[in-house]
Structures are given as structure tokens and as C-alpha cells.
Design a protein around this ligand. Structure first.
Ligand code: FES
Length: 120
């Protein structure tokens, strides 16, 4: 088992390596989508670009490499953004959901997360 820390929600969730990040978020009933994605998303087909997350911590290879879909859809986005539907979990990571609407206390959340050791 590995652990994904969701810093917006303040929770650590255990999962199996190889799980799809979007499916994990939905299964755990976390909010993945902003309004646009709530109104209409592609269901994980890599077409709508509404399932953004940012990777805020973890090892270099904690997630699967960018897919060709992500390389196209994330061209003008920060380097640490991913499409959750295209991302497989390899090992523990720290994730921010909806990075397009960051919480006002993001710096505090990151600091708190850094001070709390992430389980392997
Ligand atoms: S759910 Fe549509 S791109 Fe990920």
C-alpha cells in the first residue's frame, strides 16, 4: 500500500500502487472538479481538461510519466500539474486538488504537510 496526501482536504488516503488518481479521488468522495468539470467532464477520457491536480510532494517518480494527452493538454500549465484521469499512482505523493482555485492558506497547508512525515 502507498499513501496519497491531499493537502486541501487535510487527509492521507491509502491505496494500491497502479491505481488511477481520478478513480481514487472519486472513490473517496473528494471534490476533483471545479464548476466547469461538475457541469460536464469527459469521464476520464483525457478530453475535457477539468481534472487538474498539482503534485506538491513525493519522490520524482511517485506518479506515472506524463501521457501524450497530458503533454498536449498541459502545455501552458505549471510543470507540476497533472490530469488526474491520466495519472497512475506509483508511490506516496502529496496532491492538491483543483490547483486552478488554490486555497488562500495554501502556504500554510504545504508547510504543515512538509512537517508531517509522509508514510511510504
Ligand atoms: S476527466 Fe476529462 S481530462 Fe480528465
Amino acid at each position: 500500500m502507498t499513501t496519497i496526501r491531499f493537502i486541501r482536504e487535510g487527509i492521507d488516503i491509502q491505496c494500491k500502487p497502479g491505481e488511477n488518481l481520478r478513480e481514487l479521488i472519486i472513490r473517496e468522495k473528494l471534490q476533483l472538479y471545479g464548476l466547469k468539470g461538475i457541469l460536464g467532464n469527459c469521464g476520464g477520457a483525457g478530453q475535457c481538461s477539468t481534472c487538474f491536480v498539482s503534485v506538491e510532494g513525493g519522490t520524482k517518480n511517485c506518479l506515472s510519466p506524463l501521457t501524450s494527452v497530458e503533454e498536449e493538454k498541459l502545455k501552458n500549465r505549471p510543470d507540476n500539474w497533472r490530469l488526474a484521469c491520466q495519472t497512475l499512482i506509483k508511490s506516496s505523493a502529496v496532491i492538491l486538488t483543483k490547483p486552478q482555485s488554490p486555497p488562500t492558506n495554501l502556504r500554510d497547508l504545504k508547510e504543515f504537510s512538509e512537517n508531517k512525515k509522509l508514510p511510504r
